[in-house]
Ligand binder design. Structure first.
Ligand code: ADP
Ligand code: LRH
Length: 499
C-alpha cells in the first residue's frame, strides 16, 4: 500500500489554515504550513468577508505546501457554510456578505410569505437560521443584486473556481443553502435507520439524504435556476490547477483539486473518532454544532419545533444537529475588551474562570440578540438584566457565565438530539478549537452526566485530508474505517462527569 501527502485548505470563521496531511497504512499526520486570521470588513453597504485576503493567503499557503512537499497528490478547500459570491462570467459581482450581516431579515419575511417554514422544513430539513442561503438570496433579489448574475458559488466552490476554472457546487455545503431536496429514504420513523456503518463498504456516493437542486422550490422563490452549478460529491475530482495558479504557487507537476466535505462541519464530523452509534459530537469553534450522525433525516414536526437541522454529510450521512451560539460569545467579548484597551490572554481568562466558586449566572446563549457583531459584554449583561438574572460583574465572571451557559446548552441540545432521533447517547466527543477548553469540556461532562472525549483540535482539516486521501487511494473504506485512523493518531483527552 502506498503513502502520500495532500493539502487541506480549511477556512474557519475566525482563522484559516493550510495543512499538509500525510496518509498511509495506519498512518495519519498533519502539520500546518500556513495560518492566518479571517478578519471581516464592514463597508457602507454591510459586513463582508475579505475574500481576496483569504485567497491570497490560500495561494501563499499552497506555495509553502508545494515547497515542503513537491510530490503533493491533491488539495481541497472547506469553509464555513451558507455564504456565496455571485458571478457574471468570470467576474465576481461584489464582495461576499458575511452571514452576520443584518440584511437577511427582509429575506426571511419575503421567503416565508411565499413558502412557510413548515413546508420548507418538509422539503429541505434545515433548521431556521436567518442567514441560510435561501434567505440571503431573497434579500439579494429584493435589492436587485441577482440582476446580471449567471452563477452563485458557495465560498469553497468560489475558491475552487479561481484555482481550477471549474464551476461546481459541492453537495454537503449546498445542503446548507436550503435549496436541496432531502428525503427520508427508507421511511423509518426516526433517522436512526438500520445498520449504520454496515452497508457502506466503499463509502462512495450519496445516499437517501440529500438529492438535487429543488427546482420547484427555486421557481416558487423566484430565483433563477441557471445560477446554481452542477452538484458534486465529496471524493470527486474537480479539476487541475489552472496553469497561472500552478505557476504562482510553484507547482512543478499537475496538481488536482478534489471535492471533500466542503462544509467545514461536514469535514469535522468525518474526523470525530466515534466508535459506535451511541456517540454524539460537538464541533466547537466560533459556532458549536451539537448533534449525532444519522443515515436518514428526521423531518417530524417535533424536530422542526426544536429547530434541529438535517445537513448533508459525507457518504450520504445526515448531520442531525443544532447550531449553538458557540465560542463567538467569548471571542467577541474579548474583541470588545481589546477595543477598550484591556487585552486579556485567553488561557489567563479561562484559568481565572475555572477558579470561580460563587454562584454563576446561566443565560440562554442562543438569544438572537447575540448573533451580530458588536459590544458582546454589554449585550450579555442586558440580556441577564432583562431576564431577571444576576448580572456578571467582572470579565472573569462573564467568561465563567459564558462557558457554563454554553455547557448547559450543550447538555439540553444533546438530550433533545437523542430523543428526537431515537439515539441513546453514551459518549460525547468535542472537537475543534473549543476541545482545548478544559473548563468547557469538564462542565459538559458534569452537566450531561456522560464521559467527554476531547479532540482532535484540527478535526476539520483532518476530515478534509481523509476524504482526499481516500480519493487518491491512500486510505480505504467507510467513515468508520477512517475514524479508526483518527482514533489511533490522536488519542482524545477523557473527562469523566463529576458531581
Ligand atoms: P473556527 O473554525 O470557527 O474558526 P476553531 O475551531 O479554530 O474555530 O476554534 C476557535 C476557538 O477555539 C476560539 O474562539 C477559542 O475559544 C478556542 N481556542 C483556541 N485556542 C484555545 C486554547 N489554547 N485554549 C482554549 N480554547 C482555545
Ligand atoms: C461553522 C459553520 C456552521 C454554519 C455556520 C455558518 O463554521 O459552517 O456549520 O451553520 O458556520
Amino acid at each position: 500500500r502506498s503513502a502520500g501527502t495532500v493539502a487541506a485548505i480549511d477556512l474557519g470563521a475566525s482563522s484559516g489554515r493550510v495543512m499538509l496531511g500525510h496518509v498511509g497504512h495506519n498512518e495519519l499526520r498533519l502539520r500546518p504550513v500556513a495560518r492566518f486570521p479571517n478578519l471581516p470588513v464592514r463597508t457602507i453597504d454591510g459586513l463582508h468577508w475579505d475574500i481576496l485576503d483569504l485567497y491570497r493567503n490560500v495561494l501563499a499557503g499552497l506555495h509553502s505546501a508545494v515547497r515542503e512537499e513537491p510530490g503533493l497528490r491533491s488539495a481541497a478547500v472547506d469553509s464555513w457554510a451558507v455564504d456565496y459570491a455571485l458571478l457574471s462570467g468570470q467576474r465576481m459581482l461584489g464582495n461576499p456578505f458575511h452571514y452576520r450581516d443584518e440584511r437577511t431579515a427582509a429575506g426571511v419575511d419575503a421567503t416565508h410569505v411565499l413558502v412557510p417554514h413548515a413546508e420548507l422544513y418538509a422539503g429541505n430539513g434545515l433548521q431556521f437560521l436567518p442567514f441560510n442561503t435561501l434567505y440571503q438570496l431573497a434579500a439579494e433579489r429584493l435589492a436587485g443584486g441577482l440582476d446580471g448574475a449567471d452563477t452563485m458559488m458557495l465560498i469553497p466552490d468560489l475558491l475552487g473556481f479561481w484555482l481550477t476554472g471549474e464551476r461546481v457546487a459541492e453537495r454537503t455545503n449546498a445542503s446548507t443553502t436550503g435549496l436541496l431536496t432531502v428525503s427520508a429514504g427508507t421511511g423509518h420513523g426516526t433517522g436512526r435507520g438500520t445498520g449504520r456503518g454496515t452497508g457502506r463498504g466503499t463509502g462512495r456516493g450519496h445516499g437517501s439524504g440529500h438529492g438535487e437542486w429543488d427546482e420547484t422550490l427555486i421557481a416558487r422563490l423566484g430565483l433563477p435556476r441557471s445560477i446554481f452549478p452542477r452538484l458534486v460529491d465529496p471524493g470527486s475530482r474537480i479539476g487541475s490547477l489552472l496553469p497561472g495558479v500552478a505557476h504562482e504557487i510553484g507547482a512543478v507537476s499537475r496538481l488536482d483539486l478534489v471535492a471533500v466535505g466542503s462544509h467545514d462541519t461536514a469535514s469535522a464530523v468525518v474526523a470525530v473518532p466515534m466508535r459506535d452509534e451511541n456517540a454524539a459530537y460537538i464541533s466547537s469553534g466560533t459556532w458549536s454544532l451539537v448533534g449525532v450522525e444519522l443515515n436518514s433525516p428526521v423531518l417530524t414536526e417535533e424536530s422542526r419545533a426544536a429547530n434541529f437541522t438535517n445537513e448533508g454529510g459525507v457518504d450520504g450521512r445526515v448531520r442531525y444537529l443544532r447550531n449553538v451560539m458557540g465560542l463567538w460569545l467569548l471571542s467577541e467579548s474579548m474583541r470588545s475588551w481589546d477595543l477598550e484597551g484591556v487585552a486579556f490572554e485567553l488561557p489567563f481568562l479561562l484559568a481565572q474562570a475555572a477558579q470561580v466558586t460563587g454562584p454563576v449566572t446561566v443565560f440562554d446563549v442562543d438569544d438572537p440578540a447575540f448573533l451580530a457583531p458588536g459590544d458582546m459584554p454589554d449585550r450579555i449583561r442586558e440580556h441577564c438584566a432583562g431576564h431577571g438574572l444576576a448580572v456578571p460583574a467582572t470579565p472573569v465572571d462573564l467568561v465563567r457565565s459564558i462557558i457554563e451557559s454554553l455547557a448547559t446548552k450543550y447538555a439540553s441540545t444533546l438530550r433533545a438530539a437523542g430523543e428526537l432521533s431515537g439515539t441513546s447517547i453514551r459518549t460525547v466527543h468535542i472537537v475543534g478549537g473549543g476541545s482545548q477548553n478544559e473548563l468547557l469540556c469538564q462542565l459538559t461532562a458534569n452537566l450531561t452526566g456522560l464521559p467527554v472525549l476531547a479532540g482532535p483540535v484540527e478535526a476539520t482539516a483532518i476530515g478534509n485530508v481523509l476524504i482526499q486521501a481516500r480519493a487518491q487511494g491512500l486510505a480505504h473504506g467507510s467513515l468508520e474505517a477512517l475514524r479508526m485512523l483518527v482514533a489511533q493518531a490522536y488519542s482524545p483527552r477523557h473527562y469523566e462527569p463529576r458531581a
